[in-house]
Design a protein around this ligand. Structure first.
Ligand code: ZL4
Ligand code: CA
Ligand code: ZN
Length: 393
C-alpha cells in the first residue's frame, strides 16, 4: 500500500513471537513486554512484513542457554516460582539468590518461558546471518545486555546477545558489538573481556552511584595486561544528560567509522535500546527517533551482515516508533513510509501524537538541559582514537 517491496538481492529477516509479549514483570515495573506488540502493529500497519522473511521464534533449549550461563543458575531459573519472591517486610532475611526476586529482576509467571523465547529469537537471527540467508536479522525481543553467566541484573535474566555473538563466532573471525541503549552494556563487555575476536562499544549515560550500572568509564578499555588479547577491545563512550541528535550522530559515525577501518569486523551485532530516546521513563537523553535511527542507517551503510537487537525502552509508544522506523531502514523503505501513523494501526490512540517523529516538546514537557560540552566530545573521540592505535589490523 505504501509501495513497500522487497529490497533486491538483499534479505531482511524479522524474528518474533506474540507469546513473549504476554508476560508481565508486575504492575508498575518499567519493563513492558507489550511494547513488542505495539512495535509489530506499527511495522504491519506500514506494510513492512511484505519486504521481509518473517519467522515465528521458538524457545531456546537448556543446552543453548548453557553455552554461556552456568547450570546452577539455569536450574534455579527454571524452578523459581513467584512464591519464592523474597518479601521485604514478611521475609527480611530471605536471601536473594542469583539476584532473582528483587524489584529489578522479579520472579513472575512464565519467566523461564519468556527468557528462552528472547534467547531463541536472537539465536535464530544469528543462525540466519551465519548461513548467509539474511543480510540483516531483526530480534527486537532480544538485547538483554546486563545478564551475567551466573546472575540476573537490570531486568535481564538471560544474555541473548552473548549467545548470539557466540553463534556468530562460529563462522565470523571478528564481531563488532555496538550498544546504543542509555545503559552501559556491561554483561556483553564482561563476557568477551579476554578475547580480541569481539570488540564491544557502548554509548551510555555515565554517572557512577547515580545511574545504573555505574560501569563503563572512558578509561575502561579491557584487561590492563598487554599479554591479554582482550586489551583495548572494550570501548566506552560515557555521556551526560541531554545529548542531542547532532552530537550523538557526530560521535557515533566518527567512532564506529574509525573502528570499522581499524578492526575490520566481518559482522555487526547492534543493540538498539530505545531508552536513549527523549521522553523515556528511565532515560536522560534528548535523542529523536531520526537520530536513533541514524545509527542503524550508518551501520547498514558499512555493508556488513548485521543482527539488530532490542533492549531497553520504557515509553512504549516511542519504543514502537523507533523500532518500526529502524525496521524500515533495514529494508530500505525509510524514505517511502509516510510520517503520519497509518489510520488503521491497532492501538493508534496509544501514540498520542499521530506522527512517527515527535518533536522534543511532544516527547516531554521540558527537554533536558544538555550537559555534554563540545570539548568533552572531542576528548572522548581522541581517547578512542588513541585506544585504536593499539588494535592490530
Ligand atoms: C523498578 O516502579 O538502579 C522496579 C525499577 C519495580 C515497581 C515497584 C517497586 C518500587 C524503577 C526501576 C521499588 C523500585 C526500586 N518497580 C528499584 C539500584 C536499584 C535497586 C532497585 O534498559 N530500585 C538499582 C536497572 C536500574 C537500579 C536498570 C536497565 C535495563 C536496560 C536493558 C535496568 N536499577 C535502584 C532502583 C518500579 C521500578 C522503577 C529502575 N531500576 C530504574 N532503574 C533501575 O539496560 C533492558
Ligand atoms: Ca549503551
Ligand atoms: Zn537501558
Amino acid at each position: 500500500e505504501y509501495g513497500i517491496t522487497r529490497p533486491k538481492g538483499y534479505t531482511v529477516s524479522y524474528h518474533a513471537t506474540p507469546e513473549m509479549e504476554k508476560h508481565h514483570f508486575g504492575q508498575t515495573h518499567p519493563m513492558k513486554p507489550w511494547r513488542l506488540t505495539l512495535t509489530k502493529s506499527l511495522v504491519t500497519a506500514y506494510g513492512m512484513p511484505f519486504a521481509m522473511d518473517n519467522y515465528m521464534t521458538r524457545e531456546a533449549t537448556y543446552e543453548e542457554l548453557n553455552a554461556f550461563h552456568s547450570s546452577d543458575y539455569l536450574d534455579y531459573l527454571i524452578t523459581a516460582a513467584p512464591e519464592d519472591q523474597p518479601r521485604d517486610i514478611e521475609n527480611p532475611d530471605k536471601e536473594v539468590k542469583y539476584n532473582l526476586g528483587g524489584s529489578d529482576c522479579p520472579l513472575f509467571h512464565g519467566l523461564y518461558n519468556y527468557c528462552s523465547m528472547s534467547a531463541g529469537c536472537s539465536l535464530d537471527a544469528a543462525r540466519k546471518i551465519c548461513s548467509n540467508q539474511s543480510d540483516i536479522a531483526i530480534a527486537w525481543g532480544g538485547g538483554l545486555h546486563h545478564a551475567k553467566r551466573y546472575e540476573a541484573s537490570g531486568f535481564c535474566y538471560i544474555n541473548d546477545i552473548v549467545l548470539a555473538i557466540l553463534q556468530l563466532l562460529r563462522t565470523h573471525p571478528r564481531v563488532l558489538y555496538i550498544d546504543i541503549d542509555v545503559h552501559h552494556g556491561d554483561g556483553v563487555e564482561e563476557a568477551f573481556f579476554s578475547t580480541d575476536r569481539v570488540m564491544t562499544v557502548s554509548f551510555h549515560k555515565y554517572q557512577p552511584d547515580q545511574f545504573f550500572p555505574g560501569t563503563g568509564g572512558l578509561e575502561d578499555n579491557g584487561p590492563k595486561s598487554e599479554h591479554n588479547p582482550g586489551a583495548h577491545h572494550a570501548i566506552n563512550v560515557p555521556l551526560q544528560d541531554g545529548i542531542t541528535d547532532e552530537q550523538y550522530q557526530y560521535l557515533f559515525e566518527n567512532i564506529i567509522g574509525t573502528i570499522n577501518q581499524r578492526y575490520r569486523p566481518s559482522a555487526i551485532a547492534l543493540q538498539c535500546g530505545a531508552d536513549s530516546l527523549a521522553g523515556d521513563r528511565l532515560g536522560r537523553f534528548n535523542l529523536r527517533v531520526q537520530g536513533h535511527g541514524a545509527c542503524v542507517r550508518y551501520c547498514k551503510s558499512l555493508g556488513l551482515p548485521m543482527i539488530v537487537f532490542g533492549g531497553g525502552g520504557y515509553t512504549p509508544r516511542n519504543v514502537a516508533r523507533a523500532w518500526a522506523y529502524e525496521t524500515s531502514i533495514a529494508i530500505g523503505a525509510d524514505t517511502r513510509i509516510p510520517e503520519t501513523i497509518p489510520e488503521h494501526t491497532p492501538w493508534r490512540e496509544h501514540f498520542i501524537h499521530d506522527t512517527l517523529f515527535p518533536t522534543l516538546e511532544q516527547s516531554m514537557s521540558e527537554p533536558r538541559h544538555n550537559r555534554n560540552s563540545e570539548k568533552r566530545l572531542r576528548d572522548i573521540i581522541s581517547h578512542v582514537h588513541e585506544q585504536l592505535r593499539f588494535v592490530a589490523h
